[in-house]
Design a protein around this ligand. Structure first.
Ligand SMILES: Cc1cc2nc3c(=O)[nH]c(=O)nc-3n(C[C@H](O)[C@H](O)[C@H](O)COP(=O)(O)OP(=O)(O)OC[C@H]3O[C@@H](n4cnc5c(N)ncnc54)[C@H](O)[C@@H]3O)c2cc1C
Length: 190
């Protein structure tokens, strides 16, 4: 993402005076935030939450979308949860979904499915309590801070702009790769 200052543009999605929170990234961190907020949705009535995800699905993020059964979760299952008050949330989901009762590692894609379902549950809970939630499957390409009046303008890859009162960056990290510097002629080794 480019954090340079960008020229101001029209703001087609500005919504009245409602407080807007924008979350960029719909991986585990983005879903965890959405889920957490949904547990307090009655206090957020009237607010707008917009989540941007550049992939076509919210939940799996980087490591939990691989369709293979061989890639396993490497965390203790009882600690793997997006529910802030229920450490066994994922364990219970595993039992209901797959009849899984063991402590053995499970495929990462199952955790991805769990995250996707948690995201849907959170969106439903928020909306049913009067919070406007929009999931936008676009990449955010730049941010502009402080215009107007301390808000942040978020620019998506399709050229649209959105105003945020609060912004959460849940971008994860880049895919592992050999640093490009190691390919330069001066260094000449890997
Ligand atoms: C190959 C691999 C294996 C891993 N295995 C494990 C593991 O077994 N256990 C573990 O705990 N951790 C593992 N990790 C670490 C893992 O990245 C984190 O646990 C977890 O994915 C972090 O979640 P996140 O939401 O912060 O980031 P991510 O999972 O990276 O999610 C970020 C999301 O933001 C989206 N996004 C990013 N930039 C933008 C943008 N500009 N606009 C719109 N959307 C955007 C991405 O598409 C992505 O969906 C692994 C990481 C990798 C790369």
């Amino acid at each position: 993402m480019n954090f340079r200052s960008v020229p101001s543009q029209c703001l087609p999605n500005q919504r009245g005076n409602s407080t807007t929170l924008i979350i960029i990234g719909g991986g585990p961190a983005g879903v965890a935030i959405l889920f957490y907020l949904s547990l307090f949705s009655e206090k957020l009535r009237g607010m707008t939450i917009v989540l941007f995800e550049r992939k076509s699905v919210v939940g799996p993020g980087s490591p939990h979308g691989d369709p293979s059964d061989c890639l396993l979760v490497n965390m203790v299952l009882a600690a793997h949860t997006v529910h802030p008050f229920n450490p066994l949330h994922f364990v219970n989901w595993l039992y209901l979904k797959y009849g899984w009762t063991s402590d053995d590692p499970v495929p990462r894609k199952w955790f991805g499915q769990y995250l996707s379902e948690c995201h849907l549950e959170a969106v439903e809970r928020l909306r049913s309590n009067g919070v406007a939630v929009e999931i936008i499957f676009k990449e955010v390409v730049s941010l502009q801070q402080g215009q107007p009046e301390g808000q942040i303008t978020v620019h998506s890859s399709d050229g649209l702009s959105f105003l945020a009162d609060f912004l959460v960056l849940a971008l994860g990290h880049q895919q592992p790769a050999i640093p490009t510097e190691l390919f330069s002629k001066e260094i000449n080794h890997v």
